[in-house]
Design a protein around this ligand. Structure first.
Ligand code: DAK
Length: 256
C-alpha cells in the first residue's frame, strides 16, 4: 500500500490515509487501495471494527484535482469515476468509524459520510467546495449530507462551498462527538474496541437497520428492524448476552 498505512490495534484496524503532500487528496490509486484494504478487513475474522483517519491537518481535502483537471465528460462517464469505489465502501458490513481532523472536504467529506459515524477533532472542518471548481459533489455528498443535516444547511454548503467547523458539524448532526485533536485516534480506537467486543451478528444487524432508515420509507424500515430483531433470538449471543446480564458478569460473545 503506497497511499495508506494500516495499523492493527487488537481487533481494530486503523487505516490511515497517507498522501501528506496533497493533504490526503483522494486519487484513483488511494481509492483502489482503500477499497482493497476495506474488502480484506471485512473478510478477515481477526478484524472486528475499522477506523479510517488521516493526518492532523487533513482527513482528506477532496478528490485529487490534479488528477481530474484534464478529464473530459467522456473520460469520467466511461470510467464511472469513483462510483464503484463508493459502492464498495458502502457495502462493507463491518462497522467503520471515521476519525476526522483538519480538512474534510469534497470527496473527503463524502468518504467520512460513507463511514458509519464520524468522530471529529476540535480542528475538523467539513465542506463540499466542489462548486468553486465548477463541478458538484459526485460521491454522495448532495444526498448523504442533506439526509444528515437537512436541506437548508446542506444546500447552503453545496451552493457557497463554505466550510463548517466541528462545533457546527456536531450541532447539525454530521458528527457524533468532538474530541481534542491529540486524543482523536486513541479515542476512536477505544470506541472501535468497545464495538469490537459486541456480538458481530448484532453489530451487523444494528448497522443494517440504522442504514435502512436513510434508504426506505418508515414502514419498511420498521418492518426490517423488527425482522432483524426477531432474528437476533436465533443466536447464541442473545442467550449469552441476557444470561451474562442476569449473572452480573461480562458477556462472552462468540458470533454464533
Ligand atoms: N487535490 C489535489 N491537491 C490538493 C487538494 C486536492 N483536492 N487539496 C490540496 N491539495 C494540495 C495543494 O495543491 C498543495 O500542493 P502543492 O501546491 O504544494 O503541490 C498541497 O495540497 C497543500 O495545499 P495548500 O497549499 O492549498 O494548503 P492550504 O493550507 O493553503 O489550504 C485547503 C488547504 C484545503 C483549504 C486547500 O488546499 C484547498 O482548498 N484544497 C482544495 C479543496 C477542494 O476544492 N476540495 C474538493 C475537491 S473536488 C466524482 C466524485 C467525487 C468528486 C468528484 C467527482 N464522480 C463520481 C465523478 C469529488 C470532487 C472533489 O472532492
Amino acid at each position: 500500500m503506497q497511499t495508506l498505512i494500516l495499523q492493527p490495534h487488537g481487533p481494530v484496524l486503523v487505516i490511515r490515509l497517507n498522501r501528506p503532500e496533497a493533504l490526503n487528496a483522494l486519487n484513483q490509486q488511494m481509492l483502489a487501495e482503500l477499497t482493497q484494504a476495506l474488502t480484506a478487513a471485512d473478510a478477515n475474522p481477526s478484524v472486528r471494527c475499522i477506523v479510517i483517519t488521516g493526518s492532523d491537518k487533513a482527513f482528506a481535502a477532496g478528490a485529487d484535482v490534479k488528477e481530474m483537471v484534464q478529464m473530459s465528460y467522456a473520460d469520467v462517464a466511461a470510467a464511472d469515476l469513483y462510483g464503484p469505489a463508493a459502492q464498495t465502501i458502502a457495502r462493507i458490513r463491518k462497522p467503520i468509524v471515521a476519525a476526522v481532523s483538519g480538512y474534510c472536504l469534497g470527496g473527503g467529506c463524502e468518504l467520512a459520510m460513507l463511514c458509519d459515524f464520524i468522530l471529529a477533532s476540535d480542528t475538523a472542518r467539513f465542506g463540499q467546495p466542489e462548486i468553486n471548481l465548477g463541478i458538484i459533489a459526485g460521491m454522495g455528498g448532495s444526498q448523504r449530507l442533506t439526509r444528515l443535516i437537512g436541506k437548508s444547511k446542506s444546500m447552503e454548503m453545496h451552493l457557497t462551498g463554505r466550510m463548517m467547523d466541528a462545533v457546527e458539524a456536531e450541532r447539525a448532526g454530521l458528527v457524533a462527538r468532538i474530541i481534542p485533536m491529540a486524543d482523536l485516534v486513541t479515542e476512536a480506537v477505544k470506541t472501535a474496541t468497545i464495538i469490537a467486543g459486541k456480538s458481530l451478528l448484532a453489530v451487523r444487524a444494528a448497522k443494517e437497520s440504522v442504514n435502512r432508515a436513510l434508504e426506505v420509507p418508515l414502514s419498511e424500515g420498521l418492518l426490517f428492524e423488527r425482522r432483524a430483531f426477531h432474528s437476533c433470538f436465533a443466536t447464541e449471543d442473545q442467550t449469552e448476552g441476557m444470561q451474562a446480564f442476569l449473572e452480573k458478569r461480562p458477556a462472552n460473545f462468540t458470533d454464533k
